[in-house]
Design a protein around this ligand. Structure first.
Ligand SMILES: O=P([O-])(O)O[C@H]1O[C@H](COP(=O)(O)O)[C@@H](O)[C@H](O)[C@H]1O
Ligand SMILES: [Mg+2]
Length: 543
């Protein structure tokens, strides 16, 4: 057994304030579990697409109280160096294991550093925290959440005073301050001195949701709703009641927070099977649409009846529908989407004479688009009211899509009819994703390396006309680990996920449509093309 590794583990153990992780680590040391200790002590958690995220457990590469205290101390040091000696830091948390403790530790560290700290009154949607930062004039915000990840994970989203999540160089500067924390013993951690906010902050968030809907718009669409065992239900129901929509029928098994997410393998509406109970409820109650939030309620999934059964709309479909709705309502300003999302948004914006920008993945980028009026990403994220929330918001997105369904219902039409119209107007923009979850992270790096060393020349029978390695950045995009292939009538992007151990490949094909009668054959063509691109890509990446 390496002495260095054991010494490192013992030093960590001596400072760990959590009896549970102390016992776990002591067990690993006693058992001389070299492999596990190496995994725990090789490096530290890094800021990814949405903050720190990792499995709960002992050691610097896991989520635990020691890691959170260090992260909070680093953030406090960064804030103080940047002129916020006594600003307010507002802290929210979801209903996962340890989330409330991590929020309390964060408040304690901020207080000990001389900053003011305020904690949201209970587990609440991430967008309430994003809203609260600007509403309360805070200099930073923290949301303790691992969103839709498996039950054993937790995470830490960090926002600055503009209400958006951190981007370079702030993330690297904060990471450097975290790395510079020499020991937990030098971090003051008082047991009181921070504020627990009351419901006024939730009421203010709800009042702001009024701005999302057009005054006097139809509010008749009936919904089935699932909170996916997360924190969305109460705020969503209050927002729907306030707007005057019919009360959503709840998927009762998933309505209340449960950190074990007992009815789903992964609490992510994108994962196969996650919507089964919602669809069962829909078959029972026959609503106009099904709505799901992810567990921290910043994502919104939508399903509609298609023929005899229910089908999930892709994030790109909902993204286009909301854009078309906002255009019809006379929206002005910038429309933005991430590079991995559908190019249809650009077509809709161009036609309406609106500015359009593409950003890197994640709302930390989308929310920063200048003059943003509407932003979305394919991962079921929508920002429909940037003045209220500069992040994605699964509650306001649910309000807006339900308003659109109501408007269409009054015209005796559906969301699918509007999607057909958009395809006829702009061409069928069909997207799909090839996403591979791995146990061993090195497989992702190996796939990226393989694609770089032996780049494909054709995918799905189409020649690649342009191949870009995004690690160098482009004229408009900062550097990121990703590959982009442009084909005739298609586009593919490959990148490692920044929140989960997954390699993600995003496919888009654009098929011209002669008219409504041509739609079935255009769809069949798009599906066949997506399938063969996927097959070739998987061979090229070796996954
Ligand atoms: O987890 P959430 O709901 O916050 O969502 C997070 O993850 C998504 C997927 O990111 P990646 O492809 O890097 O895993 C991002 O698009 C999103 O902006 C981010 O906030
Ligand atoms: Mg989320």
């Amino acid at each position: 057994m390496q002495d260095g590794l054991i010494a490192q583990a013992r030093a960590w153990l001596a400072e760990d304030p959590d009896a549970e992780t102390r016992a776990e680590l002591a067990g690993l040391i006693d058992a001389e579990d070299h492999a596990e200790l190496t995994a725990r002590f090789s490096g530290t958690l890094q800021f990814g697409t949405a903050g720190l995220r990792g499995e709960l457990g002992a050691g610097p590469t896991r989520m635990n109280r020691s890691v959170v205290i260090r992260a909070a101390a680093g953030l406090a040091a960064y804030l103080k160096k940047n002129g916020h000696e006594n600003g307010l830091v507002v802290i929210g948390y979801d209903a996962r294991h340890k989330s409330e403790e991590f929020a309390r530790d964060t408040a304690s560290v901020m207080t000990g550093a001389g900053l003011d700290a305020a904690v949201l009154p209970r587990p609440l949607p991430t967008p309430v925290l994003a809203f609260a930062i600007r509403h309360l004039g805070a200099v930073a915000g923290v949301e303790v959440t691992a969103s839709h990840n498996p039950p054993r994970d937790n995470g830490y989203k960090v926002y600055l005073g503009d209400g958006s999540q951190i981007v370079p160089p702030a993330d690297a500067e904060i990471a450097a301050e975290i790395a510079a924390v020499p020991s937990l013993t030098v971090v003051p951690r008082p047991t009181e001195g921070w504020q627990i906010l009351d419901d006024a902050v939730v009421d203010a968030y709800l009042a702001r949701t009024d701005a999302v809907l057009a005054p006097g718009s139809p509010r008749t669409a009936r919904t089935v709703y699932t909170a996916m065992h997360g924190v969305g239900k109460d705020v969503l129901l209050a927002a729907f009641a306030r707007a005057g929509f019919p009360e959503p029928a709840l998927v009762t098994e998933q309505a209340d927070p449960d950190p074990d997410f007992p009815t789903v393998a992964f609490p992510n509406p994108e994962e196969p099977g996650a919507m089964d109970l919602a669809f069962a409820k829909a078959r029972e109650t026959d609503p106009d649409l099904v709505i799901a939030n992810d567990p921290d309620a910043d994502r919104c999934a939508v399903a509609v009846r298609d023929g005899d059964d229910w089908r999930m709309l892709r994030g790109d479909e909902v993204g286009a529908l909301l854009a078309a709705h906002l255009v019809r309502r006379g929206a002005t300003g910038t429309f933005a989407e991430s590079i991995v999302s559908s190019s249809l948004l650009g077509r809709i914006a161009d036609k309406a004479g609106l500015r359009h920008v593409e950003t890197l993945t994640g709302f930390k980028w989308i929310a920063r688009a200048e003059g943003l009026r509407y932003g979305y990403e394919e991962a079921l994220g929508y920002c429909v009211d940037p003045e209220g929330v500069r992040d994605k918001d699964g509650i306001t997105a649910a309000l807006l899509i339900t308003e659109l369904a109501s408007v269409l219902k009054a015209e005796n039409r559906t969301l699918l009819d509007l999607l057909d119209d958009l395809a006829v107007e702009h061409g069928l923009h069909a997207t799909d994703q090839l996403s591979v979850r791995v146990q061993d992270l090195s497989l992702i790096a190996a796939a990226m390396r393989r694609l770089r060393e032996q780049p494909p020349t054709h995918l799905g029978g189409l020649p690649i006309t342009r191949s870009e390695d995004l690690t160098q950045g482009t004229d408009t995009l900062p550097p990121t680990d990703g590959l982009r292939y442009t084909l005739e009538g298609a586009r593919v992007i490959v990148r490692p996920s920044g929140t989960e151990p997954k390699l993600k490949c995003y496919l888009e094909v654009v098929v011209p449509v002669a008219g409504h009668a041509d739609l079935p054959s255009a769809r069949a063509k798009a599906t066949a093309l997506l399938t063969s691109i996927k097959r070739d890509l998987s061979t090229a990446a070796g996954i």
